[in-house]
Write a protein that binds this ligand. Structure first.
Ligand code: HEM
Length: 402
């Protein structure tokens, strides 16, 4: 399977970054207000048409001024030629928009469901938004579920499969016991099966749900290619491929490197911890009897360590936010790391290690850079070992292989 990198990864200059953030803010407001079609929605129709027409006019005058196209059309043949040339331009433009600057796997595409299930994106979005309106804390679990799906057997919905009497599935591994939000995926699948039975895979639904959860929480919007097939294997032992919370930066660089991610992508993806919580069992080893020379992990801020010890006296399942804004996708996570307030060893190590510290600093100082890197890394993660054609299936029920 070929995975092709797009064009160079430009950094957003601060000014453009701010403009981008403002645009995203407006977009997000529309989404929250229920105008999911956004640019194409009822209210936006006129504006969208205007926007579509402007480049056309611009093209004509640009061509005229440089002499590539005649200013006055002398005959019907001229007119036909001009129309054809503009149509070709349009085709090229659409190709660039759809494929340019993104990763592409052969059989996956942005418009994969355009013919057979054009409402797929909208059905998933509406389901996710409905669920997040009722419980905003679900954004973290939905994002984490997609990560845990992709790192085990590729992005194939294997995390969604229930155990049977003959098979202990991934979701019953200790690493996955605190995952939640499966019912959101089930509900989206139900809606999709009503509209277009047997077309949309559970793996795609999960990838779309994670994307929508990130955006709804205030993060970047990124479009994802679709066409993943659902896997037929889900085994508890495969979850050995998930990173444990005690990994240091070298372990993380190694593990993420095996999946094709560079150091920067590792740090960007770890920013997923801007959402959600960890339970005390995931970090309590830092609070006492840490190692032979320290009772408390010396990289953990001492006042936070005291507060955590108190909180965790309530039990291993007590939840603590990764950063002060649990349901908001922002760069507060990286700021926390800079003040020794990373919850897991695998979080704080990103600031402690000289190999990753500069990237943490950059994301802490400039959220636009974090957003851009995060969205690109998420698109890449969503393409991990995807199954195509007869390597997988479209599950009827996300919890069971067909
Ligand atoms: C870098 C290696 C990573 C490690 C070691 C790690 C480990 C963990 C652990 C231990 C928890 C808490 C589990 C619990 O106590 O219940 C957690 C939660 C979470 N992880 Fe990660 N993770 C990593 C990377 C990622 C990535 C790449 C993402 C997404 C892009 C992600 C998204 C999340 C989210 C959103 C939560 C909160 C879930 C909730 O609120 O229920 N993690 N992670």
């Amino acid at each position: 399977m070929e995975v092709r990198e797009g064009k160079g990864r430009g950094r957003l200059p601060t000014g453009r970054g701010r403009k981008n953030e403002r645009r995203l803010g407006q977009e997000r407001k529309r989404v929250r207000e229920g105008d999911w079609e956004g640019r194409g929605g009822a209210g936006g129709g006129e504006r969208a048409r205007e926007k579509r027409e402007k480049p056309h006019l611009f093209c004509l005058s640009r061509q005229n001024s440089t002499g590539f196209a005649p200013l006055l059309l002398k005959s019907p043949l001229d007119l036909a030629m001009t129309i054809i040339s503009h149509l070709l331009e349009l085709v090229l433009l659409v190709e660039v928009i759809v494929y340019g600057g993104t990763l592409k796997v052969e059989a996956l595409s942005m418009g994969y469901y355009a013919m057979q299930c054009p409402m797929a994106d909208i059905i998933v979005r509406n389901t996710v938004i409905g669920a997040l309106r009722k419980d905003p804390t679900l954004s973290g679990p939905l994002l984490r579920m997609h990560f845990h799906d992709c790192f085990v057997e590729g992005c194939d919905g294997s995390i969604l499969i229930d155990s049977t009497k003959d098979n202990k599935a991934e979701k019953d591994s200790p690493a996955n016991l605190s995952l939640r939000g499966y019912e959101v995926i089930d509900q989206a699948k139900k809606g999709l099966e009503n509209q277009c039975p047997g077309i949309v895979s559970c793996a795609d639904i999960l990838a779309m749900a994670a994307r929508d959860a990130v955006f709804w929480a205030g993060g970047p919007f990124y479009e994802i290619p679709k066409g993943r097939k659902d896997g037929r294997r889900s085994k508890i032992e495969d979850t050995i491929n998930l990173p444990p919370p005690f990994f240091n930066s070298s372990d993380l660089i190694n593990m993420f490197g095996k999946h094709g991610f560079n150091v920067q992508e590792l740090v960007a993806l770890s920013g997923g911890h801007t959402l959600g919580v960890a339970r005390c069992s995931s970090f309590k080893n830092r609070l006492s009897k840490f190692d032979s020379t320290h009772d408390v992990d010396p990289t953990l801020d001492s006042s936070l360590a005291k507060a955590l010890s108190k909180t965790c006296s309530a039990g291993d399942n007590t939840e603590v936010s990764f950063d002060p804004t649990r349901t908001t996708f922002d760069n507060a996570y990286y700021n926390a790391l800079r003040s020794g307030r990373g919850l897991l060893i695998s979080d704080q190590t990103l600031y402690v290690s000289p190999r990753t510290q500069a990237i943490v600093n950059a994301y802490a100082m400039n959220p636009a850079i974090f957003f851009l890197d995060f969205q690109q890394a998420m698109i890449k993660m969503g393409l991990l070992e995807v199954k195509e054609d007869d390597k997988g299936e479209i599950r009827q029920d996300c919890r069971r292989i067909n």
